[in-house]
Design a binder for this molecule. Structure first.
Ligand SMILES: [Zn+2]
Length: 344
């Protein structure tokens, strides 16, 4: 029983550059047209801290369009979920660009009172964006996928009603940020957890629905589509590196992360070709035939700033329709998954 969940990271570039209209509003309008055509819904991971800062500083008039879009999506059954890059909260706008506070890059490593403050502020602002008093997000994705060490951040997020995380990508490793999702490779398609997102805990109140990955040889990462994306986070990172010297240790860590026999290729509906998307799903379908009764939520990721090939997304939704694979949101399957957990 396969269910496919599309998730969109809704944000400008990670270094604070780019316009809301070009990287958020317009591309998402085009994606909504495709999903409306197939009567499908996706999960919108709204990176709230940048929107709050941009609104308060008045640096981009398109913030009004973005707020209207989020509110409209909520009304139409798209799931509005919380995504957080905390480096925005102490950001300053000076000489035409944003200076972000990289000492607050990982929510999980901040002092507990600061985590609590950031969680409250972000959930409150998201509530204002959707303009619905009843609303509270249930799903979370950490900035740069950093949900380690998990315990303190999970506690504060659950205090505000969040229950589902989708930050893990199995096999993930970033030595510079102490991110290590290699232990999660032995877990199932989803699991409950409490104080460590890598470790299943049958009594945990959190549910992990990881971004689907396949381990591939590093050279397979370099398809012409991924390499041709001028808007890739990798190209932004390299432009940032030119301004700030990067230590040899940092560079070596990145090289060691990449030089592994197997590298986790994320199921990315913006960066993969149609042939890659369908063949990855065909392999899941083969696994499902061995065990058709168990639920297999397959989470795909995309970024609003990478939405420049809508034809592929349209064709992939057509493929899922032909294969009778439902496209759902986390909210849609939450009750279902809770039942499955209780029965195991
Ligand atoms: Zn992000």
């Amino acid at each position: 029983m396969i269910k496919c969940i599309f998730t969109l990271d809704y944000e400008i570039y990670g270094n604070g550059t780019g316009s809301l209209n070009d990287l958020v509003y317009e591309p998402t309008e085009r994606l909504l047209q495709v999903f409306d055509k197939w009567e499908a819904r996706f999960v919108n991971f709204v990176e709230v801290s940048e929107f709050e800062q941009i609104e308060h500083s008045g640096t981009d008039a398109a913030i009004e369009l973005v707020k209207r879009q989020v509110k409209d999506m909520h009304r139409r059954g798209y799931e509005i979920a919380l995504h957080l890059h905390p480096q925005w909260y102490n950001a300053r706008f000076a000489q035409g660009h944003w200076e972000l506070d990289y000492t607050e890059y990982n929510l999980c490593t901040l002092p507990q009172p600061r985590i609590a403050e950031i969680v409250d502020r972000s959930v409150n602002y998201l509530g204002q964006m959707v303009d619905d008093r009843q609303f509270g997000p249930i799903s979370f994705r950490a900035g740069n996928w950093l949900f380690q060490p998990t315990e303190n951040a999970a506690r504060e997020l659950s205090r505000r009603g969040l229950r589902i995380d989708s930050s893990v990508f199995k096999g993930g490793l970033q030595r510079n940020h102490q991110l290590d999702y290699r232990p999660a490779r032995k877990n199932g398609y989803y699991w409950t957890f409490s104080s460590d997102v890598n470790v299943p805990d049958s009594k945990g109140e959190w549910l992990e629905l990881p971004i689907y990955t396949e381990m591939v040889a590093p050279w397979k990462m370099a398809t012409s589509k991924r390499m041709g994306m001028g808007t890739s986070p990798a190209s932004v990172k390299s432009s940032v590196q030119k301004k700030t010297p990067v230590s040899l240790r940092t560079k070596l860590n990145r090289a060691f992360d990449f030089l592994r026999p197997g590298y986790p290729l994320k199921f990315d509906f913006c960066r993969m070709t149609l042939a890659e998307l369908t063949s990855m799903m065909e392999r899941v379908i083969l696994q499902d035939r061995q065990d058709p009764d168990s639920l297999k939520p397959i989470v795909s990721i995309g970024h609003s700033k990478d939405l420049n090939d809508l034809e592929t997304i349209d064709a992939f939704l057509s493929f899922l329709h032909q294969k009778k694979i439902p496209v759902v949101t986390f909210e849609n399957i939450f009750a279902n998954v809770a039942e499955v957990i209780q029965s195991t």
